[in-house]
Design a protein around this ligand. Structure first.
Ligand code: PGA
Length: 237
């Protein structure tokens, strides 16, 4: 019986240099378990270097994408078509660190549309702040965020990442009970792989990824330490 596919997605955020990419790739195993899909989203500038150095077992992702679909006078932007052209397959959309910079629902909609047209897979991030959770409104908040993908075509791949904001980069993780509860609610609304993100590390990866309704992890800080990241990949299989 084949096992359920798990995703482990590395989000390097604004970290790395060529020497880092090279070192990271040198420590990478030649292959993983076929049950695990490993994706790395480096800063845009290092996507080609990662593509050149990484083994074929790894898929490339992007941390964001332009709201504009067509080429044009959009200084500083990178389109979904360009990401597809350079070998990306996955695009993180709506990460809380980008939402915090003022990303609007209309912009998120455009990004989802552009990624869809380019044939890439969105990794759509949702998650509540500590204040919202303590106010007992975590699910209402996440449910509202999910509205943006409610009409995304069911036959096209889309991954959801549940990342409680208070757990990102803080060393705090949601309890397995909280994760299972939230993932259950999300899965009750839509049938998509739901990853957990927020201080996933080698020491808690097995427990979190083994939780009910969890299809893998979106990993920030720990993905910068290659051996720790590969231990997380192993924990997914
Ligand atoms: P973290 O980041 O693993 O460093 O908490 C996760 C994320 O922001 O995707």
């Amino acid at each position: 019986m084949s096992k359920v596919l798990k995703y482990v997605i590395a989000n390097w955020k604004m970290h790395g240099r060529h020497v880092f990419v090279k070192d990271w790739c040198e420590q990478m195993p030649d292959h993983w378990s076929p049950n695990v899909k490993v994706v790395v989203a480096p800063p845009y500038a290092y996507i080609p270097a990662l593509k050149a150095l990484a083994s074929k077992a790894l898929s490339l992702g992007s941390q964001d994408v332009s709201i504009f679909k067509e080429d044009g006078a959009h200084t500083g932007d990178l389109s979904a078509a360009m990401l597809e052209d350079i070998g990306c397959e996955y695009v993180i959309i709506g990460h809380s660190e980008r939402r915090a910079l003022g990303e609007t629902d209309a912009q998120l909609k455009s990004k989802l549309e552009n990624v869809k047209v380019a044939g890439l897979t969105p990794v759509f991030c949702v998650g509540e702040s500590l204040q919202v959770r303590q106010g007992g409104r975590a699910w209402d908040f996440v449910a509202a965020q999910l509205e943006l993908i409610a009409d995304y075509p069911k036959d096209l791949p889309l991954i959801i990442a549940y990342e409680p904001i208070w757990a990102i980069g803080t060393g705090e993780t949601a309890s397995v009970e909280d994760v299972e509860h939230m993932h259950g609610l999300i899965l009750g609304r839509m049938s998509r792989p739901v990853l957990y993100g927020g201080s996933v590390k080698a020491s808690n990866a097995k427990e979190l990824m083994g939780a009910q309704g969890v299809s893998g992890a979106l990993v920030g800080g720990a993905s910068l330490k290659p051996l720790e990241f590969f231990t997380i990949v192993d924990a997914a299989s």
